[in-house]
Write a protein that binds this ligand. Structure first.
Ligand code: PEP
Ligand code: MG
Length: 329
């Protein structure tokens, strides 16, 4: 088994017809880097920065954050690292939310609906400026991309980009050397609002990352804490699929890179379907990479397209799940 994986690591994630698929890893802690490398990830598609710093400690300043980001970027040895700015809210960073004065769940507030992700950061621009500055410094240590969580409208991207550029100007004024071109600034598409207006969002975003975990939750009105295989919380629902299709089509028409980085990308059959829908890049937990790559190497684009056509015809979740489950017998 280990031998098989080590051979697989060196082989490209390529369809039988020669089309290359990009396989990236989702990362929460630096300790995951060895497995990611062992499993042949071509980069980090999603670094969830909210898990990098101890919840009980004081929030780290620019240089303390820089040290952590730079360590990961250098550890990737020239492969790209996509750093997502803080996504506090939902089920994450609740201690920090409380410290910023937002209602805790036990006070009747719902941390998934309201101040979360980018919205929260735009209300606390000093936190975002500090994080942008630390990430910009780390972009001298290797290729970096920056990702904004929980986007719902274009004006949020515009404001975030202004802060991004402001952070860069401040650093340069201080004499800090930065790359002549700033890192790409992309967005998570993980709300129905973002998916439905993706044609507008792509005008302001350098790349898109579809987060099927939250997209499923917000589309189906089911908490993502329900397990993956529960029938209620399943990204294989026609509504979620259509939102993914809308997003991919907008990205392709706008010539913006797009990847799927939610848990759906860890399901090899779902990846076949997503390839049929036009996706060529996936980011997943490192342990899921080998089975996904193994199936990709046995797949043709025609098969993926047939699966897509069957899936788009499935008019309810059980039918759709059956189509995907039964793919290739
Ligand atoms: C998602 O929502 O699908 C996603 C990738 O982000 P997270 O799981 O960190 O919310
Ligand atoms: Mg999310």
């Amino acid at each position: 088994e280990r031998k098989g994986i080590s051979r697989l690591r060196r082989l490209p994630a390529r369809l039988t017809g020669g089309e290359d698929i990009e396989l990236l890893a989702n990362v929460e802690l630096p300790a995951e880097l060895p497995l990611l490398r062992r499993n042949g990830a071509q980069g980090i598609g999603l670094l969830r920065s909210e898990f990098l710093f101890d919840e009980d400690r004081e929030w780290p300043d620019e240089m303390a954050q820089y040290a952590v980001y730079a360590g990961i970027v250098r550890g990737m040895d020239g492969l790209p690292t996509t750093i997502r700015v803080l996504d506090w809210g939902g089920e994450k960073g609740l201690e920090r939310l409380r410290m910023l004065g937002y209602a805790a769940a036990e006070d009747g507030g719902n941390p998934a609906l309201g101040m979360r992700g980018l919205r929260l950061l735009l209300h606390h621009p000093e936190i975002l400026l500090t994080q942008f500055s630390a990430i910009l410094r780390a972009s001298m240590d290797g290729p970096v991309r920056v990702l904004l969580p929980m986007v719902t409208a274009t004006n949020e991207i515009v404001t975030a980009r202004e802060l991004f550029e402001k952070a860069a100007r401040r650093l340069r004024r201080k004499g800090v050397k930065l790359p002549s071109r700033l890192p790409p600034l992309g967005i998570m598409v993980e709300t129905p609002a973002a998916a439905m207006t993706a044609d507008a969002l792509v005008q302001h975003a350098d790349f898109l990352a579809i987060g099927t975990n939250d997209l499923t939750m917000y589309t189906l009105a089911v908490d993502r804490a329900m397990t993956m295989d529960s029938d209620l919380y399943s990204p294989l629902h026609p509504a979620v699929l259509r939102l993914i299709a809308t997003t991919v089509n907008a990205a392709l028409r706008g010539h913006r890179p797009v990847c799927v980085c939610g848990e759906l990308a860890a399901d090899p059959h779902a990846v076949a379907l997503l390839i049929g829908m036009g996706l060529r890049s996936f980011s997943m937990t490192a342990s899921a990479l080998p089975p996904v790559k193994k199936l990709i190497r046995a797949l043709s684009l025609e098969e993926c397209d047939t699966l897509r056509r069957q899936a788009m015809l499935a008019d309810d979740p059980p039918n759709l799940r059956a189509v995907v489950r039964n793919f290739r017998g």
